[in-house]
Design a protein around this ligand. Structure first.
Ligand code: NAI
Ligand code: MG
Length: 329
């Protein structure tokens, strides 16, 4: 029996979470779901984007599933704060070309490991109306920890290269520490090839040679931007799952946001949320079922028959979900 905290958020967060729960209910596993609020609608109701009860519930669970939330003007981001509260410091974002999808190439298979607890997303900003300052916190401790997570993941995936992305030619102190920490940790993994690129060059290499990357490690903002770019290489945000892993917690969520442009239409692609649940089951040690879910998603996408509009089809969220479930059982 697994205790799973479900935080749907708002917008398409709710729609893809409903789809995900529908699939989880059909699996041969026992879950106890608890539900927590977060996000824009939660703020309107409770005056906070992330209530304490939600944090407590998430902390107590075996794993957390998060949908997406619309940003609230003037308020901190609930998901960034929840990742910090749970100390899930490594944001793992796999990117892969799927058969039947119009990808830039058909041999893309890498993962972005994004530092989750500091960087420019520290949300420490101040100033007056003429000058605003955002602090960019980079610590040696968090930089070494995220590099270690990247090398370990490289071994787990059976790959042999880790690429560090930074901008240490300009951000000499902060990204100086990030890059130094990466090469310090690399010494413990002599069998793994290392390289590093400036983030601007990396944005181009992702387009010109995405097949050459295995594991990419970066700080919070760079990792966030590069992961949306990467999702664009392989069919968009509807196919981009993620996991946030720490020493004691795992939080799993699609890379996308609440997509107000399609919210309420029930046409959101559920695959990124469902693949995030597959990552959760891998984290919980349910490797076989996790792989079965990945295969079912791949099969439905490759069939090209039932797909949401972002992939050129006209199916709705639940049509795709049911097709995936049919492959599973
Ligand atoms: P977004 O990721 O919500 O949407 C970007 C584009 O991708 C839109 O055209 C959307 O329709 C499409 N898209 C996203 N997910 C899709 C799916 N599953 N199926 C089909 N199409 C999909 O990013 P955007 O528009 O920049 O942000 C919207 C809101 O979400 C904002 O309030 C933003 O702050 C918030 N946001 C929340 C995140 C989270 O909760 N983790 C992450 C990113 C943004
Ligand atoms: Mg993002």
């Amino acid at each position: 029996m697994y205790d799973i905290a479900i935080i749907s958020g708002d917008g398409i967060g709710r729609e893809v979470m409903d789809a995900c729960e529908y699939m989880l209910d059909k699996l041969d596993l026992e879950f106890r779901f608890t539900y927590g609020e977060a996000g824009f609608e939660c703020f309107n109701k409770n005056g906070t984007t992330l209530p304490d009860e939600t944090i407590k519930m998430a902390n107590k669970s075996d794993a957390v599933l998060f949908g997406a939330s619309t940003s609230t003007p003037g308020e901190p981001s609930p998901i960034i704060n929840l990742r910090k509260e749970l100390n899930v410091y490594a944001n793992i974002r796999p990117i892969k070309s799927y058969k039947g999808v119009n990808c830039i190439r058909d041999d893309i298979n890498f993962v972005i490991v994004r530092e989750n607890t500091e960087g420019l997303y520290s949300q420490v900003e101040y100033g007056d109306c003429d000058k605003m300052i955002a602090e960019r916190h980079i610590t040696r401790n968090a930089s070494e920890r995220i590099s270690k997570a990247a090398f370990n993941l490289c071994i787990k995936r059976g790959e042999n290269k880790v690429t560090c992305v930074h901008k240490s030619n300009v951000l000499k102190k902060t990204d100086g520490v990030f890059k130094e920490s990466f090469y310090k940790i690399a010494k413990d993994y002599p069998q793994i090839t290392t390289e590093d690129y400036y983030v601007d060059a990396m944005a181009m290499y992702l387009l010109t040679q995405p097949q050459n990357f295995d594991v990419i490690v970066s700080s919070n903002l760079f990792g966030d931007i590069l992961s949306d770019e990467s999702a664009g290489l392989v069919g968009g945000l509807g196919l981009a799952p993620s996991g946030n892993i720490g020493a004691h917690n795992g939080l799993f969520e699609p890379v996308h946001g609440s997509a107000p442009d399609i919210a309420g239409k029930h046409i959101a692609n559920p695959c990124s949320m469902i693949l995030s649940a597959s990552m959760m089951l891998d984290y919980l040690g349910e490797w076989e079922i996790s792989n079965d879910i990945k295969s079912a998603v791949e099969k439905v996408i490759a069939d090209c028959k039932i797909r949401t509009p972002d992939l050129g089809g006209d199916a709705c969220t639940m049509d795709v979900t049911k097709a995936i479930v049919k492959e599973l059982i």
